[in-house]
Design a binder for this molecule. Sequence first.
Ligand code: PLP
Length: 446
Amino acid sequence: MDIRELQRLDAAHHLHPFNDNAALARRGTRILTRGEGCYVWDAEGNRLLDAFAGLWCVNIGYGRRELAEAAARQMEQLAYYNSFFQCTTEPTIRLAAKLAELAPGDINHAFFVNSGSEANDTIFRLVRHFWAVQGKPEKKAFIARHNGYHGTTVAGASLGGMKAMHGQGGLPIPDIHHIDPPYWFGDGGDMDEDEYGLLAARRLEDRILELGPDRVAAFIGEPIMGAIGVYIPPRTYWPEVERICRKYDVLLVADEVICGFGRTGQWFGSQYFGFQPDVMPVAKGITSGYIPLGAALFSDRVARVLREAGGELAHGATYSGHPVCAAVALENLRIMEEERIVERAREEIAPYLARRWAELGEHRLVGQARIAGLVGALELVPDKPRRSFFPDRGRVGALCRDIALRNGLILRATWDTMLLSPPLVITPGQVDELFEKAWKTLNETA
Ligand code: PLP
């Protein structure tokens, strides 16, 4: 492999998502070539401990031959058929049934797409349709959170509360309203965390009352806000949000694209926090990132209306329920169940990881080390006791990320917060390696 030639071609022809493409062209992109377990190798031959599971997704780790074989088997048998025109395929049906078995409560119905973004786009349309066919077309406003992330389609990016994304393309689209997220470290001051959780949840009630409950279709939130910096809400937050949604008959959408399939040590983030959603977008961990797949999952109540009152569902993509993607997802879920990957992550890894993560929290550069299951963050600050932020936000985080890479560790940075999301199959020995590399990285960053 001629690395420089590939970098030249990349710079000339490939526009990268969420990158400063001009800066990347000057710097030269890193080309990944191979993965095994919790490690990836780049074209220069560096072995990197991937503490970010690709992009929060490689839950069962890299290099599982069974998934490749499941894809090959399905491709040979029937590479493609769609679920339009009164048809579908066996893996698609089996996956819908499997998701009904795994998802909490009466979330028993799946609409398949190709990504988390499309799942949220689907939800945006079908939730509005749900109310419209019941004679409530005016009940169409969505409430979401500032700095939330729900993907990159027009509806997904509008539901998200990322200012930079809104700035490009004239978003958000109308009737999406954002409230402040539960970010105790930056926003809670001296307040008790549980008390703060209730206060943050009641921002939702205030906004529903301001808009009028008859106008509000749904509230959407990530159980743990990932992309913005792993904001783990206080325990009081979600049950209070659920109470408010029920009181005003507002659908509760839990965006499980990151939290779903074991990230918190429970199958779904809503189970970790103890609340019951009506609607759940999922993606990423459903196939452990081996192949693109997303789904919008619906409760019995929502699906009944969509099935019985809705007439033709005028929505869908060529690859909705793609049989190869479904076969890979089924194999991924089979392995997760058979090897008790979620239970093992919860019982064996999460407590040990939490202990070592708290040790990193002792570092003078770390304002807060937060963690839930196998997702966490180190918030880097210039002045630990004062919880202040660096004036040029993002510079220290980028530096820390680059030093980590030189030390053989992949951590992602959002501004100056370092994010953690390793494969669920990480071992205690690899947790120690992660700790040592992260500690060295913090020392070299400080
Ligand atoms: N929702 C959440 C919570 C996410 O974190 C993401 C992606 O990171 C998405 C939706 C979008 O998923 P995708 O990138 O598969 O479109």
